[in-house]
Design a binder for this molecule. Structure first.
Ligand code: NAD
Length: 258
């Protein structure tokens, strides 16, 4: 059986860490020609070098997905290197440190929406026109279970991810006739640096461990996910196996959204 992404050109934003790194690993293993795009250039370069060591076609590209010219440069880089992208995973995101809503400063609020939501606008502006000309493509957006099951102390993050969910569905409708599928995933808590960063708002190591424990207790499967468990679903949605799937945002949350 052929590899599941053979012949595909893919970009994974935030592709150097956590969920994005797991997605990058799966995509490279499944034969995609891959651009790992990340704010952290050196981490993206070292992962690209690691994944390319077996001859896989993997390149790194620095990007700040919240900025239009930067998003555009990322798409141009991928196009010049491999061709028009068939797959874009808008995965880069930032957390809200766990604070009550009125204690989150304006700059943090703006950053949440610029990275978690405005990046989807830049994707539409800078990637979708070429995808249309190319006959279609697949976009997968990393949203969050917070969009449908918000917790206290995470209000603005939840709002940004809810916007990402609705945007995913609206874009799916908008571009279905151009053969562009737009899907998403709603992960529950996943063991990544972002989760550690978010939990740091709870205080010291003890408080953080208690918060982690409560989080796991609230998940029917009784644990926090590993990044690979989300990457498996993203791979399916991005691949031709999901050719009749669009506008869905799959809960990958151990049952938390039930
Ligand atoms: P992470 O912090 O491990 O990785 C995020 C990556 O995105 C980093 O490499 C970072 O450099 C990059 N990044 C951040 N801002 C960027 C920007 N403006 N432009 C380009 N790259 C940028 O985080 P993660 O846990 O892997 O999160 C990935 C996605 O999953 C995010 O959208 C996050 O909101 C979402 N998510 C995470 C969890 C969780 O529990 N970890 C749960 C639900 C959803």
């Amino acid at each position: 059986m052929g590899k599941r992404l053979s012949g595909k050109i893919a970009i994974v934003t935030g592709g150097a860490s956590g969920l994005g790194a797991a997605i990058s690993r799966r995509f490279a293993a499944e034969g995609a020609r891959l651009v790992i795009a990340d704010l952290d250039r050196s981490r993206a370069e070292s992962l690209a070098a690691e994944l390319g060591a077996d001859g896989s076609e993997v390149a790194a590209c620095p990007v700040d997905v919240s900025e239009g010219p930067s998003y555009e440069a990322m798409v141009s880089f991928a196009t010049a290197r491999y061709g028009i992208p068939n797959i874009i995973v808008n995965n880069a995101g930032v957390p809200q440190r766990y604070h009550v809503a009125h204690e989150v400063d304006e700059a943090s609020y703006d950053r949440l929406y610029d990275v978690n939501v405005k990046s989807l606008y830049w994707c539409a502006v800078h990637a979708i026109p070429a995808m249309i000309e190319n006959g279609g493509g697949a976009i997968v957006n990393t949203c969050s279970v917070s969009a449908t099951r918000p917790r206290p102390m995470n209000t603005w993050y939840a709002g940004s991810k809810a916007a990402a969910v609705v945007t995913t569905k609206a874009l799916a409708l908008e571009y279905a006739r151009q053969n562009i599928r737009v899907c998403g995933v709603n992960p529950g808590p996943v063991d990544t640096p972002l989760l550690a960063d978010a939990l740091s708002g709870f205080g010291g190591a003890n408080e953080q461990a208690i918060a982690r424990g409560k989080m796991a207790e609230g998940i029917p499967l009784g644990r926090i996910a590993q990044p690979e468990e989300i990457a498996n679903v993203v791979l399916f949605l991005a691949s031709d196996e999901a050719s009749f799937v669009t506008g869905v945002v799959v809960e990958v949350d151990g049952g938390r959204a039930i």
